[in-house]
Design a protein around this ligand. Structure first.
Ligand SMILES: C[S@@+](CC[C@H](N)C(=O)[O-])C[C@H]1O[C@@H](n2cnc3c(N)ncnc32)[C@H](O)[C@@H]1O
Length: 506
């Protein structure tokens, strides 16, 4: 009787081909092994002709099982469906997906789809968007309250309303960070700008940023100057059709209060780096610092002129920004956002989760005694340490995945009067972080900052649902204030700050 197994727990999705390669590398003789891989799911089903072969296979993964990278469990017949052999997968060519090319609209319709809408109407639209996801959250809370036999959620009878969206002080040319592609325009001339069209439709091209109102004239002029340098170099940009070529992208960062600029060019590794550096020479007088990133392993970052970073002021604090660190893209809008966060901070200790270069914690530092920041990108943490020093702020930073670090940190800080601030990427918070936030003693204030209201309100279900069972351990948080802030005029994007409090202490 064949043995069937479900392999689980690869914590991110990998392609069927990559998975097949891992399996082959770990089990050289693979005859008789079948694999079914549900698309976009982090598990696979395997079939072995004998129990012995199955056990040999599982043993090969022992170190990874111990390190909790993978786990195995018995699979049901129904779950397996139709399998493919590993050889078949390894030999297969990816299906060529082609779609019919639609006539392309102007690039401003893609980059700033609200450019033709009155700003007041944009703000209303964004409020509606936040309200829609908030409404789903409230409904979910009601269902969970009805089902639960613990204390009902009192606040649900009169929940806070979504407040009017705070507008961005600057609505045009507000982006302090612009990322261009170096490629080919429709007429096959070299162009620096934004990509338009689709690879699968065969109509991918680079369009000039000239009509995009969210970027400054300076940023548009720089695109033209880079274009001139690339043309003069005689070195080709990457052609998306063949994937060959050298020049890839341009990143321009500018500051509002200190009037500085940083230009970062990325190229594929090649034998012409000194020629590229020479070609970029004319740009060094256009910006305060010029940086070249060569894409190879490990990535090489070369400062061609200036210091290799810029500094900006934010709510009277100073911040160093390195070429590849995160910094909010709308400086004056960010001050409104952080003021909103600051107004909800109280206590001794601020836990700044997903802290990037430490900007939220440092801007709020006058309201707490101590800050602990957690961030996955080591370079961002290097900046955060410098930023804390420059502003005389007592802060310590932990590098790593917040989902791995939070349990230990919460043990370390338990019992203090803590405010947590989370500002995760668009996909929201990992469940381990939500569990740690909910169960840390002393953490009774929480501020959730998000650029994606959909994932934020899903996460808030985990934090606000009535206490019940293993899943919703510890007293829930109560939302006090839902404040959207517009950081991205003329686009559908909106930031949102939700202030929460735990009424019944842990
Ligand atoms: C929206 S940014 C916010 C950064 C910061 N609060 C700021 O405004 O400068 C999200 C940050 O979360 C970091 N991040 C992403 N996944 C993470 C994880 N699993 N653990 C810790 N940090 C993470 C990113 O590197 C990024 O710096």
């Amino acid at each position: 009787m064949n043995k069937r197994l479900c392999w689980q727990g690869i914590d991110k999705w990998i392609s069927e081909k990559k998975l097949a390669r891992i399996l082959k590398d770990n089990l050289p003789s693979i005859d008789g092994l079948l694999l079914a891989r549900p698309p976009k799911k982090p598990y696979a089903f395997l079939e072995f002709d004998t129990e012995e072969r199955m056990n040999t296979f599982v043993e090969a993964f022992q170190p990874e099982i111990v390190n909790k990278k993978y786990k195995f469990k018995q699979a049901t017949d129904r779950a397996i469906g139709k399998g493919k052999s590993i050889e078949e997968i390894l030999l297969s060519k990816p299906p060529k997906v082609t779609i019919e090319a639609q006539p392309l609209g102007p690039i401003e319709d893609k980059v700033t789809p609200y450019w033709n809408m009155q700003y007041s109407a944009q703000l209303l639209e964004k409020k509606n968007q936040v309200s829609k996801f908030y409404g789903t959250f409230l409904k979910d809370m009601e269902i969970k309250t009805k089902k639960s036999d613990t204390v009902p959620l009192q606040w649900l009878s009169e929940p806070p309303q979504v407040l009017d969206v705070k507008s961005s002080p600057a609505t045009e040319g507000y982006r302090n960070k612009v990322e261009y592609t170096i490629g080919y325009a429709e007429n096959r001339e070299i162009k620096v700008g934004f990509t338009n069209g689709q690879m699968a439709a065969g109509n991918l091209r680079v369009d000039s940023p000239e009509n995009c109102i969210n970027i400054s004239q300076f940023s548009k002029d720089i695109a033209v100057k880079v274009e001139e340098c690339v043309k003069a170099s005689g070195i080709p940009p990457v052609d998306t059709k063949t994937n060959e070529g050298v020049w890839k992208t341009v990143l321009l960062r500018t500051t509002t209060y200190t009037n500085q600029s940083m230009l970062v060019l990325t190229v594929n590794d090649n034998h012409q780096i000194s020629k590229i550096e020479q070609a970029l020479q004319p740009l060094s007088s256009e910006v305060d610092t010029l940086v070249l990133v060569v894409q190879k392993s490990p990535r090489q970052i070369k400062v061609l002129s200036g210091s290799g970073f810029i500094t900006e002021r934010l709510l009277n604090k100073t911040f160093q920004i390195s070429p590849l660190s995160f910094f909010q893209v709308n400086t004056s809008g960010c001050e409104i956002l952080y003021t909103e966060v600051m107004n909800s901070i109280e206590g001794e200790l601020l836990l700044d989760i997903c802290c990037g270069t430490g900007s939220i914690g440092i801007c709020c530092s006058d309201k707490v005694k101590r800050i602990i920041g957690i961030e996955i990108v080591p370079e961002a943490v290097e900046d955060a340490i410098i930023n804390a020093q420059m502003n005389n702020v007592s802060a310590e930073y932990k590098v790593g995945k917040a989902e791995d670090l939070m349990k230990d940190i919460s043990r370390e800080v338990e019992g203090q009067v803590i405010t947590g601030v989370v500002d995760p990427p668009r996909n929201g918070l990992h469940k381990n972080i939500l569990t740690a936030l909910r169960t840390t003693k002393g953490l009774d204030n929480l501020v959730y900052v998000s650029c994606n209201p959909e994932t934020m309100f899903k996460d808030l279900v985990q934090l606000c649902a009535p206490e019940s069972g293993k899943k919703f351990r510890a007293p829930p948080f109560v939302p006090l204030r839902v404040q959207p802030v517009d950081m991205f005029p003329h686009t559908p994007h909106v930031e949102c700050v939700v202030a929460l409090k735990r009424i019944t202490k842990l």
